[in-house]
Design a binder for this molecule. Structure first.
Ligand SMILES: [Zn+2]
Length: 72
């Protein structure tokens, strides 16, 4: 997304998608587009946890009076 990249004085800057801080888009910044390793880890962590989570949108058809087995 080139829209997220801002230009200021020849240096390219990008706003951290995690916290919104402006971070330099440099090869030295290996956490880009994040501002720091922390933001990157947090974002990736949320991605991972969301990926493992499957929303239970479907309701069980068989509702013959059994107790909910989804206790856990
Ligand atoms: Zn950040």
């Amino acid at each position: 997304m080139a829209e997220d990249i801002l230009r200021r004085g020849g240096k390219r800057l990008v706003s951290c998608p995690r916290c919104g801080l402006t971070a330099p888009w440099d090869p030295a910044n290996r956490f880009r587009p994040f501002c720091s390793e922390r933001c990157k880890v947090i974002d990736l962590g949320q991605w991972a946890s969301e990926g493992y989570r499957i929303p239970l949108a479907q309701e069980p058809e068989d509702a013959s009076g059994e107790d909910d087995l989804l206790g856990g």
